[in-house]
Design a protein around this ligand. Structure first.
Ligand code: HEM
Length: 505
């Protein structure tokens, strides 16, 4: 057993090495091209670390400050390892949107942040199989699979929030509960019944993302030579992957056997993500292990993003209960006409607007778009940023720009529905929740815009409509929207209990 004294010394030494490597990497990477771009915080290589620290708790203000002072130009903010340059005008955003992946890489910032080579060592980041399937099969099948998603949403709500009947209220820790409900309904289309209902399977898939982020962040603090050792010491990702493999093995092996016997089609062939992955994967990826890993990644991308988005929208509803009645009227009218179908959900313009507005003001990340310059990149205003620079957009500041959104600080749940109506832009609209533009960036922008957004918006709207139509909801007596937890670019909704009871007619 090492003594406490020895452990302390090693910790200090490691901390010192981390700081030294951070400092040296910034010092030697100084670049006159970057010096010409205005800075929020300190520009000096040493003092800029203070600004990097400040960004961790003051990001909203720093982004707003830079945006207001430099729009429609560029500004920069120090991060620990490198500079982040932010494009604050639509023309510069357009330059970034059009840049090819080998100049501004979308994978590299994720690699740098999550260190997947130490946590997800199986992952070939340039292989986009799951993204292609999300964009194609998952999206094309939204209408066909709607009945199953809705059935699972209702069953999950009934299981996790059992009503005691009459006028009594049930107290629900809302974030954890919504995460379960969304994990279960989403996995109905990923792995089907019964696995989506397995409590341990849900736990595995919703904690996987937390662990990858947590371990990735810790590992990224250490010098390269120490990363593999630290990863082996702390990460439980390999055992989580192994559990996922065990969960899906019987199902996948049975399906492989059927494929061998019947070819591409057979009676009752499942129409879900596991089947699509099994059909499309090639070589070693066409295996239980390959499918399991892809499933974890899809859960990683979807469960938290949907449940955070949903929680924020629900908090806005509880804080503004005057919206409940008009939303109910919309849901009741649409359901009478269309029934609970994807076509019906598409017609719920007020719910759509409400979710989009909640994303505008509360989005769970201030920076939904991140790229790393692999080569020098020149904007149309002639400014060049060197390789190694992070490039992003100050989305939270753009989303609260008075010139784009009048009364930008006010939550206006029907803002986008009114715009849609006034522009007679009713069915497929640039104001609908799935639309992205340089003015609404919750799903990113360009060729890597979230491919799961059609699926996500459909499910989030279906759950929102179900809650509005089925329950009365409110905060506990004397409680209001909890303060969000802001760390660096994350703005996570705070925890709260929400009271539910059956809707009183
Ligand atoms: C409300 C829920 C969601 C939000 C707010 C969201 C947001 C985002 C954002 C901001 C990006 C980065 C886009 C960019 O860099 O330009 C992204 C990428 C991605 N999202 Fe989503 N997402 C959501 C739901 C989902 C779901 C349900 C899935 C899967 C079924 C999914 C799969 C992905 C994938 C695979 C990428 C990477 C795309 C690529 O690199 O080409 N997302 N998402």
């Amino acid at each position: 057993m090492p003594s406490d004294d020895f452990t302390l010394k090693v910790s200090f030494l490691m901390g010192f090495l981390v700081l030294l490597s951070l400092f040296l990497s910034r010092y030697f990477r100084r670049d006159p091209m970057l010096d010409a771009i205005p800075t929020v915080g300190f520009s000096d290589p040493i003092l800029s670390y203070l600004s990097a620290v400040q960004f961790n708790f003051d990001g909203v203000r720093m982004l707003k400050d830079g945006y207001e002072k430099t729009r429609p130009g560029l500004f920069k903010i120090a991060k620990f390892r490198r500079w982040m340059v932010l494009a604050a005008g639509s023309e510069l955003i357009e330059d970034v949107r059009k840049a090819p992946d080998d100049v501004l890489s979308t994978a590299e910032p994720t690699i740098e942040f999550l260190k997947p080579e130490y946590t997800l060592d199986f992952l070939n980041m340039s292989d986009s199989l799951q993204t292609d399937i999300i964009r194609s099969k998952l999206t094309w099948n939204i209408a066909v699979t709607f009945k199953e998603v809705r059935e699972e949403l209702i069953m999950a709500m009934d299981d996790f929030i059992p009503m005691s009947g009459g006028e009594s209220w049930v107290k629900v820790p809302i974030q954890e509960t919504l995460e379960r409900v969304i994990c279960r309904a989403t996995n109905r289309i990923l792995v089907g019944v019964p696995l989506c209902r397995d409590y341990d399977y849900q736990t595995l898939n919703s904690t996987f993302a937390d662990n990858v982020v947590k371990f990735g962040m810790i590992i990224s603090l250490f010098p390269k030579s120490l990363k593999p050792i630290v990863s082996r010491m702390i990460s439980n990702i390999p055992s989580q992957i192994q559990k996922e493999i065990e969960f899906i093995r019987p199902m996948v092996e049975e399906r492989f056997a059927k494929m061998k016997e019947y070819g591409d089609d057979w009676d009752d062939k499942p129409n879900d993500m596991v089947m699509w992955l099994m059909s499309e994967a090639k070589g070693a990826e066409r295996s239980v292990e390959g499918v399991a890993r892809r499933l974890l990644l899809i859960n990683f991308a979807s469960i938290h993003s949907m449940s955070l988005t949903f929680t924020q929208a629900l908090y806005r509803l509880l804080a503004n209960p005057e919206y409940i009645e008009p939303l109910r009227q919309e849901v009741d009218a649409v359901i009478t006409e269309e029934g609970w179908t994807k076509a019906g959900i598409d017609k719920m313009h007020k719910i759509d607007s409400f979710i989009r507005e909640a994303q505008r003001v509360d989005n769970f990340t201030l920076l939904p778009f991140n790229r790393l310059a692999l080569r020098p990149f020149t904007f149309s205003n002639g400014v060049t940023v060197p390789a190694g620079t992070l490039v992003s957009f100050p989305a939270s500041a753009i989303h609260t720009d008075e010139r784009i959104y009048p009364n930008a600080d006010k939550f206006d749940g029907f803002r986008f529905a009114k715009l849609r109506e006034s522009e007679r832009d009713t069915m497929i609209s640039r104001h609908q929740a799935v639309s992205t533009s340089s003015e609404h960036l919750a799903f990113g922008l360009g060729r890597h815009t979230c491919p799961g957004r059609f699926f996500a918006v459909n499910e989030v709207k279906a759950l929102f409509a179900h809650i509005v139509a089925t329950y009365d909801v409110k905060f506990e007596e004397g409680k209001a929207v909890p303060r969000p937890l802001c760390i660096a670019a994350l703005r996570l909704p705070g925890k709260a209990n929400v009271l539910f009871r059956a809707r009183q007619k």
